[in-house]
Ligand binder design. Sequence first.
Ligand code: ADP
Length: 612
Amino acid sequence: MSRKFLILAGGLLVLIILPALMWNGLIQQGNASAFDMLLRLSPARHSLARKSVVLLAIDDETVSRYGGLPLDRAVVAEGLKRVASGAPKVLVVDVLLSERTREAADASLADALRRFPKVVLASALEATQDGKQAHWITPLPEFQSHAFALGHVHLEPDRDGVARTLLLTKADADSRYWALGLEAFRAVFDAQEPPTEYSKGISVGSRYVPAAASNDRLLWIHYDGPEGTFRRVSLASVLDGRTPASSFAGKVVILGVTAQGAGDRFYTPFSVGLGMSGIEIHANIISTLLDGAYLSPLGPLSEFLWLLAIVALVATAAWWRDGRLMTPVAITGVVAIPVVSYWMLRAGVIVPVASALAAHVAASLVGLLADARFIRDRLGEAVEGRQDYAFRLQAVAHEIKTPLTAIHASSQLISEPDISERKKEEIAQRIHKEAGRLSGVVTTFLDVERISAGVLKLQRREIELAALVAEAIERAGLLALKKKIAIEKDLDTVVVLADPEMLQFAVYNLLANAVKYSPDGSSIRITLRSGPQVACLVVVDQGCGIEPVEQKRIFERFYRTKIHRDHVESGSGIGLALVKEIVTQHGGRIEVESQPGKGSSFSVFLPREAAL
Ligand code: ADP
């Protein structure tokens, strides 16, 4: 399997599992946790709400000093009257005022509420006893009569218990309420009309809130910070005068219970251990709306494209320049994805970090695996190359050793005192011959190396092939004569564009082999034909022939057939490899046909482009 195929197959696999990465529960949880983390890392914004919201808490101190919960409405009323005297803008009551208590206390609270310019009261949807029907719990009419609006106080945490979003509107069969925070926001702007609804959002007065109908008017709460970010005042401190009424001037006051074991608490992206009190969450909702700090997740298509882009980038890295960039891209991605997501979040876009990381890691693994395989193959090739090289060195060393031994022995002999002049001359000739052989071996070896490395460039020129072949025949004539082998030739005239030396080498090698591997007294036939497409040279002998299984291998470097390996004829097994290399470099091909015991036929085809 090739590396590219592996990358392709892997890429496809990752593409198929992309949707699973996008909608898998565990990854979704990862996305949510990453969102929390990035939100915590974001610097706190200069929130308008932080200056304009004050939390009025029925806290532990209030409860311990003014009686248990529910706190006497007369006490609450007293506190509120003091707050009202400071001229706040809006009072938001995050306490359900649906039950009657003492008449005087209820009347006092109604009186207190009347002193605020705008009051937003809480309503809640609660299931009836049988659990089947839901109905709204709303404040008593005397409280409602002065309310600017009623708002629902429902918050549905995600599956991990963290409240990240809010449904801006909630309905039962009969009626529907906007969220308490949204109504408070409307009260701040004194927008008398209820929100106007569009498919992508709603408008409150002159302000537009992006919350699509298709998404149940869901709003991501852009929390300002952990509990305690908004100014909080204990009701007790108002009652005993520690907090002056003037500190509520022009403010949005949110009244609610924070005493331990009472009032709603939810985990938020900022919560550690203890959840956040309901009033602080309302403050965060108002803050999101006031600042227009809306957060919106990537849509499914954008998310898919984003993951696709990551996979494509990794695949390119795995592919490009033999995967050299794969490791840096794999490492950079793991850092870059959260960093990009952080900046996107700051721009109000929630990017699924875990999905992106999962897609990146999956794609990187496939890429790294494919590249590892590729590197392993390369290593394998290198090892093979080394083995081949070692083998060649051995062969060359062997080839060199024979003439060297002869030279060594002869040179020793020549220096002996009682040796005749004639003998000396004979030895000198032998040394000369063996040295020539030695140089031949080295030259051939170097030529093979250079040709196969592509270093030796062909010096092409127009040559008459028949003349070249005739020259080779003449050179081989001496060898043939020794073995009484007849060489017949039938040569057409054909001009080719070729490197004469290289081609001479090739033709001579074919001829020399034919002579070398043929018995005494046999004959060799050389034919040169000029066809329409190619020039074709055929050397036919009546030699020992080559077994079918060995016919392909004889063109491999240093391959010698079994019968010749054991020194029947000397040779190095590089000649044919060189011939093939030369023919191939000329754009041609070489073929062999042979019958063991009967003879062989080597055909060289040179294409028209090389032939003129
Ligand atoms: P070398 O002749 O030096 O061994 P070559 O590469 O020229 O190397 O040839 C490779 C092998 O192919 C030879 O060792 C021999 O076994 C076989 N061979 C080549 N030419 C012939 C031929 N004409 N007839 C039979 N065997 C041949």
